[in-house]
Design a protein around this ligand. Structure first.
Ligand SMILES: Cc1cc2nc3c(=O)[nH]c(=O)nc-3n(C[C@H](O)[C@H](O)[C@H](O)COP(=O)(O)O)c2cc1C
Length: 188
């Protein structure tokens, strides 16, 4: 089975982007193996080249790098902070991107990985203003960022006691993007 890594760009405990990823995971978990990164699993300091050789930090980066390296594709859901991706997302990718220069056994974990971008915000934009910065980042590190994205404006309006409830058109749009991502993965 192919593996899709899911990463939220928010480390907030009640992150709506993480909750959205959980919703997406349920839609595809019979088709692919899902590795959803949950809160607290990434606990890296603000990137500092002086910390790169710290054994504890390097071990944490190595563990995270292994998860990225072993996936076949990624779904990244990120809120926008003042029109850009979050510092937490940039920090995470910065750390993982560096390991290939420090450890000869570690290659670029991102190279040619298909990435579906998702964003949700409590504002009108749904995080769409921040998506170009996500495209730039993931394109720069070598990913194949899929055209299009799932953006959810005013996400709070879809929250119910039984999770998110979207209308039929939006359900179709979400499933369309997920199927496109799965479609670009070659069969096992
Ligand atoms: C520092 C900061 C900047 C924000 N900037 C934006 C913004 O530019 N556009 C927007 O729609 N929402 C913005 N928001 C609101 C977020 O969309 C909202 O807090 C969202 O729930 C964060 O995602 P999360 O629930 O996954 O943590 C901002 C929130 C914070 C904390």
């Amino acid at each position: 089975m192919k593996k899709i890594l899911m990463l939220s760009g928010s480390q907030r405990k009640e992150s709506l982007n993480l909750r959205l990823l959980s919703n997406l995971a349920k839609r595809i978990e019979t088709l692919v193996s899902v590795d959803l990164v949950i809160q607290g699993e990434i606990n890296l300091p603000l990137f500092d080249q002086d910390l790169e050789l710290d054994p504890g930090v390097q071990q944490s980066v190595f563990n995270l790098h292994s998860r990225f390296a072993s996936c076949d594709a990624m779904i990244v859901a990120c809120p926008e902070y003042n029109g850009l991706i979050t510092p937490y997302l940039k920090n995470t990718i910065d750390w993982v991107s560096r390991l290939q220069y420090l450890n000869a056994n570690c290659l670029n974990a991102f190279l040619d990985k298909p990435v579906l971008l998702v964003s949700a915000s409590t504002g009108w934009s749904g995080g769409a203003v921040g998506l170009p910065s996500a495209r730039t980042l993931f394109g720069y590190v070598g990913c194949n960022v899929l055209g299009g994205a799932i953006t959810v404006p005013n996400i709070q309006q879809y929250i119910t006691n039984s999770g998110f409830v979207f209308n039929a058109d939006f359900e179709n749009l979400i499933n369309f993007h997920l199927q496109r991502l799965i479609g670009v993965l070659s069969p096992t």
